[in-house]
Design a protein around this ligand. Structure first.
Ligand code: FMN
Length: 152
């Protein structure tokens, strides 16, 4: 069993909903993940896992979701060589085309700096402000995670 953790940061629940779809996709691929809100997670526990999936929405014009800031600051000092990782998140492509899902790129860069191996292209889902992630988005998250489960 590939020990896996899914950590999400979500202000209005969209990335949280994606995290649960990601977990379902992993389960279909025979991985039973731990799923945590970043408010309850610390970077030290990443050492216990083989596969790390991080999900953050983007806020404040290209910034990480607020709850992810401290986690990300600590992430760049970690040594995650040998760990597999990938990133997902929600953003608003219409209101913020220049910085759509920028938090996803920030987290991916942090994982690379800590020497984790990125095993999938990041998943960026459009969910505009005030809207809720739709079924196709959830299906995309499910399929993304299933592909990862099959590849690790
Ligand atoms: C104040 C504010 C700033 C935002 N800035 C961005 C941004 O820079 N880029 C982006 O893609 N989305 C941006 N968004 C849109 C959110 O990321 C989007 O609504 C997302 O679905 C929220 O997901 P969550 O519920 O998981 O936090 C912003 C939303 C708010 C309220």
């Amino acid at each position: 069993m590939v020990k896996t953790i899914v950590i999400f940061g979500s202000t209005t629940g969209n990335t949280e909903a994606l995290a649960h779809s990601v977990a379902e996709g992993l389960k279909e691929g025979n991985i039973e993940p731990v799923v945590k809100n970043v408010t309850a997670a610390g970077v030290d526990e990443l050492a216990d896992y083989d596969l790390i999936l991080l999900g953050s929405s983007t806020s404040s014009y290209g910034a990480l979701q607020d709850d992810f800031v401290t986690f990300h600051n600590n992430l760049t000092g970690m040594h995650l060589k040998g760990k597999h990782a990938a990133v997902f998140g929600c953003g608003d492509q219409e209101s913020y085309p220049d910085v759509f899902c920028a938090a996803v790129d920030i987290l991916e860069e942090g994982l690379k700096q800590s020497s984790a191996k990125i095993v999938a292209e990041s998943l960026k889902i459009h969910a505009g402000m005030g809207s809720v992630v739709d079924e196709p988005a959830k299906e995309a998250a499910h399929a993304w995670a299933l592909d990862i489960a099959k590849s690790v």
